[in-house]
Structure formats: C-alpha cells, structure tokens
Design a protein around this ligand. Structure first.
Ligand code: URA
Length: 241
C-alpha cells in the first residue's frame, strides 16, 4: 500500500495533506525518516509514525451515520443524493458501502463499512441482530396491534417474524418496534397490515449500539472497534425518551 493512502485511510489528513506532511519529514517508516508519499509500505508489518506517534493500522473502517430524510441508501445514483455522498472525503475508502438499507424517508442509524464479512454477519437472519425503530403513525396504536406484532404478520408473500411493539403511553401515535429481519419496507408493511400508515420512521439502535442524540442529522463519525462489536451484543432494555 502507498504511504499516503495508508495515512489518509487512518484519518491523518486528505491525500494532499498527508503528502505535504511526508515531504516535511514528519513521517518515519520503521524509524527511518521518509520523504516520498508514494513509498510502498506493508501496513501489517511496518511501523509508521507521525511526529513520533505510531499510527495504528485498521484494516477496515466502520462509520456511523445519522441518516437524514431524502437521501438514498445506495453507493451512487445519477439523480438523488446517496448516503455515500454524505461521507467526508477523509473518511472515504474504495469499497465503502452501507450495511443494510433504510428507505429514502427513514432517518437514523446507518452503518457504512468496507468489511463485507461484518455486513454479511450483521444482516444474516441467523445472527438475530435486533434493530429498534421509533415510528409515528397516522392513527393511534392499539393493544391489539401489540398482539399481532408479537404473533408475526403475514403481508402478501412475506411472513414477518414476531416483533416487539411498544406504545408511547403519552402519545399513542408514537410507538417503538424491534425487528430481527430487514425485509423491504418491513416496519411500514407491518403497520399497514394493522390498518395504520407510518408517517415518520427513525432507527434508534442496532444490537447494543445506540445512536447518540448528539450526532446531527447527516453527520458521520468513525466507530471504535468496540462499538462495531456492540452490534452483535444483546441490547439492554431501552429508555423510551
Ligand atoms: N422498515 C421500513 O419500513 N423502512 C425502513 O427504512 C426500515 C425498516
């Protein structure tokens, strides 16, 4: 791998910025000062330091996005802005893609990665990763809907597995849903089968990883390896605020 690519991948700066940094003599490879940004390095074996600080090599990147409405969950589209378009230049990697899908009008937690195995594991039905959503409905949600969700719902050709539904005690037009699958328009179709239309949908968590309130809509940040691991852990009971 080229030295400047490695440094940019590890968020030291843009390709251009790290080039300047290397030429300034701030970067060493195995203790030797280097001046060539296109130097070939082996990130698994070589020790790269910037101003004396060793840079850890992360083979894959895991990004957390607070997806805004109006953006497609796709890598590229000729007409509409995609979630990839929202990723800042410094965080982009060649094979980055969204792990799972949110509808264009759905907001909230979305993970982007270049780790295909991670995404596959997260999305595989046998992994049983729980996704929690907050839904706003056109009509009040009723106790009968909780029972229908708990039993599983047939919608056309699809059978949706049993899901948890909680009604907001202060506003029955608002509810929380937990599903393990990720079928096309699943939450909307489950409510539709109960005669209700979802007017707003937001994903709050995946596994034990909860989207923080402080990440603004459209913002993206790097997840720590520990956070990536939380996706496969069981969520603690949630506080419905
Ligand atoms: N269920 C839906 O209906 N839409 C989403 O975007 C996610 C889950």
């Amino acid at each position: 791998m080229r030295l400047d690519k490695f440094l940019a991948n590890e968020n030291i700066g843009s390709r251009k910025e790290v080039g300047v940094l290397v030429r300034s003599g701030a970067v060493t490879v195995n203790g030797q000062a280097v001046k060539k940004a296109d130097l070939q390095i082996d990130p698994e074996r070589d020790t790269i330091c910037v101003n004396g600080r060793a840079i850890q090599y992360n083979r894959y990147v895991y990004l957390l996005m607070n997806k805004p409405a109006g953006v497609l969950t796709a890598t590229r589209d000729n007409r509409t802005k995609t979630v990839l378009d929202l990723v800042p230049e410094t965080l982009r990697r060649k094979d980055l893609f969204p792990a799972g899908r949110l509808d264009k009008d759905t907001t909230g937690m979305l993970i982007l990665t270049d780790d295909g195995d991670f995404a596959h594991r997260m999305l595989a039905p046998k992994s049983h990763v729980l996704k929690r959503y907050e839904a706003v409905l056109d009509l009040p949600v009723e106790a009968a809907d909780i029972r229908r969700f708990a039993e599983g719902i047939q919608s056309g050709e699809d059978l949706f597995a049993p899901a948890l539904l909680e009604i907001d005690p202060e506003d029955p037009h608002r509810a929380w849903v937990e599903i393990r699958e990720g079928k096309f328009h699943q939450v909307k179709r489950m409510f539709l089968a109960c005669g209700k239309t979802v007017t707003a949908l937001r994903r709050l968590s995946i596994g034990a990883l909860v989207l923080e309130e402080t990440l603004p809509a459209g913002a993206v940040r790097v997840m720590t390896p520990e956070e990536a691991g939380l996706v496969f852990q069981k969520a603690k009971p949630q506080n419905n605020d």
